[in-house]
Design a protein around this ligand. Structure first.
Ligand code: ADP
Ligand code: MG
Length: 349
């Protein structure tokens, strides 16, 4: 038996899907991007976008510190984010749940209150799903349907040499939030009789916890780009970590990238907490994952328009593929090869 870790998540997906070729003219794009792309009707420029994401208890979330309302919200955001990453708008949502024995009706009400809030914020309709019991804990699998016109879709494959590389928001904060929650969980578990008085003190760290527990998909960035008349040449959302997503862009666009360490967007609390936990903040920003920010490329001529958009930063540029994917170190200017050390479902970090 070959262990799945030998192929890794992406190698596995490639192996499983390569034997399938589309039989329907309406299937315009299959596996490999943030969404599949379907044609609605012949000669129409309207496209449907489809994406699915699964969240498993014990793998993606821990109910010890994930409030169910937040979890519902996050499960929806993870899906909406993939639609925004194609430059589309999410419209409908299907929700499949498998529920373990520990849960009652009120728990699921909480989960759904988070889903409802997410759907209200993003103008999405819940249109179906499936419900089952589970022997191993809670499992959530959501499918989102989005819309876009053909000329607006941003694939992972469109980055061109000399394009600017941009990222929204900041990176590494969700990962720091997770580290804090995990650390407090360990401390709590080691208390005699789980002393209730020993409540964790997260004051000052609320932003980091929120970034992990209740991320927000960047609809605002898609709207701002549209308003500024910018169509990204390529786009992907940052779910597995910046390095991993940059390597996807390189692979699918046939290009290389240069990223400046000093340009990586970091929240002040991320930097402070990394130092407190004795972690390298650049590593957290590159490999942390779960940021749900948008990473995209634009032609060099868009520099001024990008500079005028709030909360977007240019972090580097696209090169020829032979030059590979590198981080340019602060100070020394040394080129360090980027590796995908982000979230790997079947391997170790
Ligand atoms: P994302 O992080 O953007 O959600 P993933 O890394 O989960 O994307 O998946 C990458 C691509 O592979 C997507 O196009 C997805 O639809 C496809 N994919 C993932 N798992 C499977 C699977 N088991 N079978 C078929 N396609 C899959
Ligand atoms: Mg994605």
């Amino acid at each position: 038996m070959t262990p799945i870790s030998e192929l890794g998540e992406f190698g596995l997906i490639r192996r499983l899907t390569e034997g399938f070729s589309p039989k329907n003219a309406s299937t315009l794009l299959g596996p490999g991007d943030d969404c599949a792309v379907l044609q609605c009707e012949e000669n129409s420029a309207r496209r449907l976008l489809l994406t699915s994401d699964m969240l498993m208890e014990g793998i993606h979330f821990d109910l010890v510190y994930s409030p169910l309302k937040h979890l519902g919200y996050k499960a929806a955001m993870v899906n909406f984010s993939d639609v925004y990453a194609m430059n589309g708008m999410p419209r409908q949502l299907l929700v499949n749940i498998a529920v373990g024995r520990k849960m009652g009706v009120e728990h699921l009400d909480e989960l759904y209150s988070g889903l409802r809030l997410a759907c209200d914020h993003h103008g999405v309709d819940l249109v179906g799903g499936d419900t089952s019991s589970s022997l191993t804990g809670l499992a959530l699998s959501l499918t989102c349907i989005g819309e876009c016109s053909e000329e607006s879709i941003a694939y992972r494959s469109g980055a061109k040499e000399t394009d600017l590389i941009c990222v929204s928001g900041n990176l590494g904060a969700a990962y720091m939030g997770l580290q804090l929650l995990e650390r407090e969980k360990q401390i709590f578990a080691s208390q005699p009789e789980n002393d209730v008085a020993a409540q964790p003190d997260f004051s000052g760290k609320e932003y980091l916890l929120e970034r992990f527990l209740k991320p927000e998909a960047r609809r605002d960035i898609i709207e701002a780009l549209k308003k500024a008349g910018i169509k990204p040449t390529a786009m992907i959302d940052v779910s597995d970590g910046l390095s991993s997503e940059l390597l996807h862009l390189c692979q699918q666009s046939g290009c290389g990238v240069r990223i400046y360490e000093e340009r990586l967007p970091l929240d002040y609390q991320t930097a402070v907490t990394a130092e407190e936990l004795n972690m390298n903040v650049t590593t957290c920003a590159l490999n942390g994952g779960e940021d749900y920010e948008l990473l995209f490329t634009v032609p060099l001529s868009m520099h001024d328009r990008i500079a005028a958009i709030d909360d977007v930063r240019e972090i580097g540029y696209v090169t020829r593929s032979e030059l590979g994917a590198c981080l340019i170190a602060r100070g020394s200017g040394e080129e360090i090869e980027l590796k995908a050390q982000g979230w790997q479902a079947f391997g170790k970090k």
